[in-house]
Design a protein. Sequence first.
Length: 376
Amino acid sequence: MNNWKETTLGEVVEFQRGFDLPVQNRTHGEYPLIVSNGIEGFVNEYKVNGPGVITGRSGTLGKVFFVKENYWPLNTTLWIKDFKGNDERFIYYWLLNFPFEKFNAGSGVPTLNRNHIHPAPVTIPESIKEQKVIAANLSSFDDKIELLRRQNKTLGSIARTIFKEWFVNFTVNGQKLKVNSKTGMPDGWTQKGLGEIADFLNGLALQKYPPKNETDVLPVIKIRELKAGITEQTDKASKQIDPEYIVDNGDVIFSWSGSLDVVLWCYGKGALNQHLFKVTSKKCPKWFYYYWTIEHLPFFKSIAKAKATTMGHIQRHHLAEALVAIPDDDFMAFADGKIKPIFEHIILNNSQIQTLSNLRDALLPKLMKGEIRVKL
């Protein structure tokens, strides 16, 4: 490739092992603490001036992180001490394609040694201008994604605040609704268990439904996928399952075992695995049962934590014990008119985030291999 040079990783950048930081010293601060799988929190001190690029050294390998501000890389990471004149943002994208896992030197815990990766042969643009243009193209996707995520954080906060004020605190526009002393709710409202207002469909043991051929494939949605999305590590199942067990964008998924969480799925069609509920309802709006499930999540987590098992979980009778205040039809229609547009905007943004992520991920390896060249 014209203007691309063949060299070694160590000639492009110099990695350095991260720094120890005792747990008792990890007080809340303004500087991100980077561990092998991302930002663990924020601390009062920093060790490295940003912008920086970090990857996992012990435990989790293969993930690469870009940090704009000053930061503390923990000793479970490798951070780039010297970019050797290369563009920092380009190096971040370029390393997303680097096969760190191939250099695993750990027998039990995955471990990366910088002395093993520095001699690795690599090919890279010599022109810093080309590096910057490539990085700018990819950054444009990430900037739009970050903007949508910030919007969703704000929208989610607004919707959750409205929901909590109206349905938990019984307060509308700063005015407390008149509450019946006998029922503890406004007149005309009723109370039911969460399991009565929505259907909680438990997933399948999808290892029993392997794909029959290369086209008969659905990604398996497990607890891991709720946060990481669909990855190369995601299992596969046959499409020939009952349609009700197929998850699509905008569906509410509740992990009732292990790491309890409630999410709006946004990674495309997939198959619902056991230990997850797909939550639907013909009785009330999606936002209503979604926020009520979130409202009761601390209760569910306390139950799971108290169980003396290797994997805490809840049972169906706990859904019945999680009480829900249900308004009369007029108030529900009023609330739906206010909250539904916000909720649908969040779902739309999630879909756009996934589209942009897919486009970026498809473009990235082609740019990094020089298969697509940018105009300088």
